[in-house]
Design a protein around this ligand. Structure first.
Ligand SMILES: *Cc1c(COP(=O)(O)O)cnc(C)c1O
Length: 367
């Protein structure tokens, strides 16, 4: 049996007609940027989150960058983020003029809330937590810290659309929630796209302006900006896919439950803890941990099962940050986890038989 890590073609085939209809509409309209499809998508995405504003942008990295840019970082300003993420979470802090300050992770590979206060200095301006793998961070605790120290909260929701903390969606706790619609994300475009959500009129206007050369309406360039807009094709595609997102997310959660049930008694591996609430984890990735990670990965590959690693190096230990000479002892959990994490195949259309096969092969490996 072959089990791909992710297969986007099955989903495409299931919505082919809807996609073709919307593409046809865009081509007929011949409006490719800043048109009706974008407006409709933004309206739906804002409504889904119960927020006033959604601003669709070029990609998830830009959603973070423009949010950070809009808080007006000055030289020496620091932004606290997690040691374990995709580099977008920290590179955007630097590009916006700030200094990324890394905090070690907890058992879930999410920013360790207990360690945030130690990282706060008089230069700290914001906290940027990442809902890694689709699991919500402890947002109520993080928000409380932000309120106590008067810090901005910018949530990296790239992997966690629809995830909830205390019954409230991620992205709605922060001053800004940043989303990615990279094709393999839970809500994936057929190209690059991203979105920022906010309840604040001023922040919304600011990021909208920055994303469009400093202008809201034509030629109204109050400031210099950037070019980061969703295109009409992606906006149309995302509106189609948004209708199916809850259903696809339920499927991810059910497949994750199946993995958990089958793998929980293998002493050599750690599996993700069940979240406290149903939508506490939307399983963008199902990540196990084992000391035998590399051998297991290769064994599964030989059995036709593709896996992946998120991520082989925690952020402080990337070459990009080597000038800081971060010590492993400063981020002990992130250091340990980078050698143990393994992401198993997971996408809504994955079949139960395939999950059973993957689990059987993992059991066989450890026998
Ligand atoms: C995918 C991702 C991003 C960046 O999104 P792009 O759309 O690829 O720019 C940012 N943060 C995290 C955690 C991601 O997984």
């Amino acid at each position: 049996m072959k089990v791909p890590f992710v297969d986007l073609s099955i989903q495409y085939n299931s919505i082919k007609n809807e996609i073709e209809t919307v593409l046809e509409q865009v081509f007929t309209s011949c409006t490719f940027i800043r048109g009706k499809q974008t407006q409709v998508f933004e309206k739906h995405f804002a409504k889904l989150h119960g927020v006033k504003h959604a601003i669709a942008v070029g990609n998830g990295t830009d959603a973070l960058f423009l949010s950070l840019k809009s808080i007006g970082l000055e030289k020496g300003d620091e932004v606290i983020t997690t040691a374990s993420s995709w580099i977008s979470s920290s590179e955007t802090i630097s590009h916006a003029g700030g200094i990324p300050v890394f905090v070690d992770v907890n058992e879930h590979n999410l920013i360790d809330v207990e360690k945030i206060e130690d990282a706060i200095t008089e230069n700290t301006k914001a906290i940027l937590p990442v809902h890694l793998y689709g699991r919500s961070c402890n947002l109520s605790a993080i928000k409380k810290i932000c309120e106590t120290y008067h810090l901005f909260l910018i949530e990296d929701c790239a992997q966690a659309v629809l995830a909830e903390h205390n019954g409230r969606k991620v992205g709605t706790y922060g001053n800004y929630g940043a989303f990615s619609f990279y094709p393999s994300k839970n809500l994936g475009a057929y190209g690059d796209a991203g979105c920022i959500i906010t309840n604040n009129d001023e922040y919304a206007e600011s990021v909208r302006r920055l994303a469009n050369h400093g202008a809201i309406s034509k030629h109204d360039h109050l400031i210099e900006g950037f070019n980061s807009r969703i295109d009409e094709l992606q906006a149309g595609i995302l509106t189609v896919k948004l209708k199916h997102l809850v259903h696809w997310t339920e499927k991810r959660i059910n497949l994750a439950k199946q993995y958990t049930l089958s793998l929980k008694n293998i002493p050599q591996i750690n599996i993700p803890h069940e979240p406290l609430e149903h939508m506490g984890h939307v399983y963008h990735l199902y990540v196990i941990e084992t000391e035998k990670r590399d051998d297991l990965k290769q064994y599964l590959e030989e059995k036709g099962i593709s896996t992946s690693i998120h991520y082989p190096s925690a952020l402080p230990f990337l070459d990009a940050y080597s000038v800081h000479k971060y010590k492993s002892s400063c981020f002990p959990l992130a250091w340990k986890k980078q050698k143990k994490v393994l992401s198993l195949p997971l996408f809504p259309e994955l079949k139960e038989e395939q999950v059973n096969y993957v689990c059987a092969q993992i059991k066989e490996f450890f026998k």
